[in-house]
Design a protein around this ligand. Sequence first.
Ligand SMILES: C[S@@+](CC[C@H](N)C(=O)[O-])C[C@H]1O[C@@H](n2cnc3c(N)ncnc32)[C@H](O)[C@@H]1O
Length: 386
Amino acid sequence: MTPAARVAAAIDILDQVLDGMPAEQVLTRWARGSRFAGSKDRAAVRDHVFDALRQRNTFAHLGGGLKGRGLMIGQTRAADIPLDQIFNSQGYGADALTQAELDHLPTGPLPPTADMPEWLHPALRDSLGNDFEAVCAQMQTRAPVFLRVNLHKTTLEQAQKALQEEDILTKPNLLASTALQVTKNARRVQNSKAYAAGLVELQDAASQAVTAGLPLKSSRVLDYCAGGGGKSLAMAALGATVFAHDINTDRLKNIAPRADRADTPITLLDSDEIADHAPFDLVLIDAPCSGSGSWRRSPDAKWRLTSDALSDLHDIQSKLLEIAHPLVSSDGILIYVTCSILMSENQTKITDFTSKNLDWHVKSEQILTPLDGADGFYCARLKRVK
Ligand SMILES: C[S@@+](CC[C@H](N)C(=O)[O-])C[C@H]1O[C@@H](n2cnc3c(N)ncnc32)[C@H](O)[C@@H]1O
């Protein structure tokens, strides 16, 4: 595909995403229906779409409209690429600019805060304080790709060497001793031998930081909201005996093959089986949340979030704390985690919980934002008052 044809594809995809469809779903459908598109084309179209969603309002301002076409005109302008190289009606490329589009002269640049939903600005300002603008600017950029080294099978150095043999370059990351940041050929990771052999998994460094600091060796752990098992696998690799549960049992299906690859067994539990295995030394609630800490990776989610949906999430988060805390052994630890940067899903939830459950107190809290180099994360460790 020519650069112009890739932009034309991105315009169609963006129009569907702007109508409310999840970006991943539209991209997958487009790739299936576009046999002519090679892996480089698919990657380029994906980058266009995600970049445009990260900077949606900036590009709409530069391009003169909040439609796929406006966003891609804005993106082309922001990249300083001559517009007629892309918008020239040639081949499968995008149509040439209309007179109105040519006449659109954007006034000065928008601040980075413009690319965060406006209704959330007060909550984000409260949550991030002086970092609000800087976090918004960071959210306009692509997130780094991180790997978690499976210490059960290898060391950081050996994993780096194995990846290097496949021309995938990495460097250690200070957030977690298991974390490698990919600096070259990130897209090759999932087809690499090192990945197939279970030496590494894709996992954000902040997510790794959350589990890396836990007392996991020889602990019995319940991952109450295990999803695809990212944290279950990380905890098992650090020596824990892990039980994984999720209300959506379909989401647990990926755990068995991943656990096999990593050589770290994980026991899946249905809701009615949990009581038989309780209490646990550690119960992890990786709560469903706005995902605002990882909006660089899924930028369409920030435009889909509504205040009603956020309020529903607050209710679920409170419910999960109430359901899960009795499953912790008398001297055990309750861990509450979100990939949110909103105080209402984090500190506020924990304060509400401890004010209703006076026998629990917060041992420590960890608050990470994208300014720390990875996704935004919150982690509270709670114990019973002695
Ligand atoms: C943030 S995701 C978990 C991600 C996962 N821990 C990982 O590291 O890959 C939140 C999960 O909570 C699950 N969930 C939502 N409500 C739940 C409930 N009431 N009980 C248990 N799990 C729930 C969702 O199905 C979703 O898989």
